[in-house]
Every structure is written in C-alpha cells, then in structure tokens.
Design a protein around this ligand. Sequence first.
Ligand SMILES: *Cc1c(COP(=O)(O)O)cnc(C)c1O
Length: 417
Amino acid sequence: MTPTAVPSTVHDGEQDLDLTSSAIDHKLAENGQSNGTSTTNVQELDASKLTYTFTEKPGDVPPLGVDSIDGVTVCTDHMITAAWSAKSGWKTPELKPYGPISLMPTASVLHYATECFEGLKAYRGYDGKLRLFRPNCNAERLLMSATRISLPGFSSGEVEKLILALMAVDGPKWLPRDRPGSFLYLRPTVIGTQAQLGVQAPSEALLYIIATFMPVLHSPAGGMKLHTSPDDMVRAWVGGFGYAKVGANYGPSLLATKEARARGFGQILWLYGNEGYCTEAGASNFFVVWKTKEGKTEIVTAPIDDRLILNGVTRRSLLQIARERLEGEIDVVERKYTIQEVMDANAEGRLLESFAAGTAFFVCPVSLIHHRGQDIQIPMGKAGDGGPYSLKIKGWLQDIMYGNVDHPWGVVVQEEQ
Ligand SMILES: *Cc1c(COP(=O)(O)O)cnc(C)c1O
C-alpha cells in the first residue's frame, strides 16, 4: 500500500502524511537499540561469527584494464552471505567461494523489487596499504535503503566489519601491491527471498557482499557529455524513493540512457518538474561551478532535504572538503537550481566548470550538456581534462583514498597476508 492510499486518520498522534518517514525513523531507532539487548530469540547480524570456506578453484586476476569477460563482470574468489528470516533473525554470516545463488521463481525480489545495494571501492594505496573510503557511510545507507523497502534491519557496524573481512581475504591477491592506484568495486546487496507471491514485506532475505572489477570512468577524453532527460520521463519524485539506493530506481532509467548513448552522450542529466531543476547525472550527483551575477564564485549542487536525490558519499565528502579548504575563495551551495540558470550562466560567460561525482565515476568533468536542441559548452580547463576546482577537489579525495595523506576517511584493511 502506498502512503497516499492510507485513510487519513490520525494514529498515535501522527499525521498520515508522516507515514513513510516516521515508519523509517521508528525502524532505524528500533534497530539502533536492539543490538545485543534483544529480548526475543531473534538473532542479530554478528560479524564476529563469520565462518570461512575457501575456494578450491581460485580464479585468475585479470590484466590491468580488464573488468569483464564476454560481458560477465570479473569477481574475486569469495563472497560473503548472511540469510535472514523473520522467525529466527540473522543466520551466521559465511565467507565462501563466489558463485551463483539460488532463488525460487516466486522470490519477492523478482516480483516486487525488494532489492537495495551499495557501491564502494577498495583502493590499493601508493604506500602499499589497502583502504576503504568511509565504509560506515555505505553501511548506514544500506540500512536506510533496506528499511525503505521493508527488508530487515541490522547493525550497520556489522556490515562494515563484513566488508572489511571480505577485503582482508581477497584484497592481497586481487589488488596486488604492485598495482598501486588500482581498485576493486564492492557491492553489498540485500534481497527479499521469501518464495511467496503477494505484495507484502518478505519474511526471508539475503545479504551478500561481492567484490568486482570495474572500468575507470572518471576521465573520458574530452570530458563527459550529458543529455537532459526527456520531457516525458522523470527519475525520481518528491514522496518517492530516489534518495534510497534501491534497484527499482535504475531499471526504468535505462531506456533513456540507452537512447542517449546511441546519440553519443555518456549519461542523462535528470531534470525535475516544469521548472527543470537539475538533480543527478546518471547514477552520480551533479555539480556546477559558476560566477553568480554578483560576481561570487559558487559550487552548486541539488539539496537532499526534499529526498529527491541520492545522498552520495562522494557528494558529501567533496562538499565538506571544499567548505574546509576553499573557504573564502568559493561558496559551497546546496540548493535547487534549474537548467535555465545553467544556460543563462553560459550565455553570460559565468559558467566555469561542471562535474558528476559518485563512487563509480568518481569526479568526472562534464564538457557539454545537450538540452532541447541546444548545446551548453562547459570549459574543461587549460589541459582539457577538467576545470581547476574539479581537479583540485578530485586530487584531495584521491590522496585520501590512495593513502598519499593520512585521513580518518581512509580506513585501512588489515590484510590476511
Ligand atoms: C550511488 C549513487 C550516487 C553516488 O553515491 P556515492 O555514495 O557517491 O557513490 C549518486 N546518485 C545515484 C542515483 C546513485 O545511485
């Protein structure tokens, strides 16, 4: 049932218009309290119980630059799984050989999109160490996404430990020390597995974590070209679930993306409403650097308070670092802004830079936006590889990820060998 379909009665003193957010707040609060203090027999997710079954058929590490073979993503030797049921809670998590999972055709995820995921990278540092970047943020967001689609709760700290455990085992071989500057892409996922049709919260679920190879996407030659979303399509809407990393957000976006790719564009710039608010670029957050009419330099991106866009870890990190290190030089602004404002800035010579930012694309300079038959050309800096602010911020984050500097955001994995 959607929140709007609920009769407008006042229940427990709460307005029906708060249904979704109050349900989520309640679940998250419950979850925070229940760790170890549960009075029922339902087991909490416990990373310390992780069991290890090592592969007998170790795979080959692909050559640098190879991420898939015959259209199949290359994954490391192992994965972690943890099954959940409403009756007994979380089973013991297992590290085991990477391979297929089995589902009944009636599984909830296959019908009702009870799926959410995370994406984070493991980085082989220039100092030889293996790092994750703010993995707690991904674990927390996974919990939020799971809660949004009625998948079970867990302590996000336990998920973070499981991510580290997988990397401790597979990191040394799959991110060799002689490949500094390389990365793996980790994909923690939760799916509803209950094999019963019927539109309801699943009573069984599976959490799994895999480690994959992925191409480097952050510096396409000449910059990334964006095509604005078609008039008759919207990625997310206020009151929807665009702020959650749920699979249901992505399938429907592929049609426009495929069409745009066929015309030589990299991603869709998703606009919202009749006003044409700029929201996100593909599955990345979107940023513009411009001079205001008053002559101030601003870095501007869409806000998160209307729950329209995904609250990216890269987004919040680069906003924070820009606020800290570019104070007085540039204003960091989270607000709604329209494609018309971008076009006006362009027409008046005030448009300085633009980039998309997310784990997959990292900080990816945008050179062109095509909107309703018009091209907005965006400066790409002296060397043509991105504007100075984009590159500066990218460099700062990269230094943390690859261990050129010590920073609390870079979490070192204690490797097994
Ligand atoms: C994952 C994602 C992002 C980027 O988030 P990061 O945490 O920075 O990787 C942005 N937008 C959408 C729609 C996403 O799915």
